[in-house]
Write a protein that binds this ligand. Structure first.
Ligand code: ZN
Length: 122
């Protein structure tokens, strides 16, 4: 399952960043996942449940903000949202389009617990 590898990478990055920030525990992680990545949010959730036990992210909530694919028509300049299967222009039906969004996979926010006595390294 593709999602398992992707989730492992996200988890590694989040754990590493949290450790650098002096966090002892990760409470929640918010991800933005574009439709064109072909990643299935439910599968990401499942992978998260499988991979987080035994890590600082154990029990952390994974929130997924799914964004649609977005393209611009090269013929008429219309920008439109679409799924990963049909990318034709919604205005003129033209097949010549350029993807401008929906390929993103990024961590938007990580909610962590940082002990009070930890030094503040800004
Ligand atoms: Zn068009």
């Amino acid at each position: 399952m593709h999602e398992m590898g992707v989730t492992q990478e996200v988890l590694n990055a989040v754990v590493e960043a949290s450790a650098k920030a002096g966090a002892t525990r990760i409470n929640a992680v918010r991800l933005t996942v574009g439709e064109l990545t072909a990643l299935v949010p439910d599968s990401l959730m499942f992978a998260w449940e499988c991979l987080t036990p035994g890590t600082p992210a154990e029990g952390a909530v994974l929130e997924i903000n799914a964004t649609p694919g977005r393209s611009m028509c090269l013929a008429c300049g219309t920008e439109f949202d679409h799924d990963q299967f049909d990318r034709r222009c919604t205005a003129c039906g033209g097949p010549q389009t350029e993807v401008i969004g929906g390929n993103e996979l990024r961590v938007d926010n990580v909610d962590v617990d940082v002990p009070d006595e930890a030094p503040d390294e800004e």
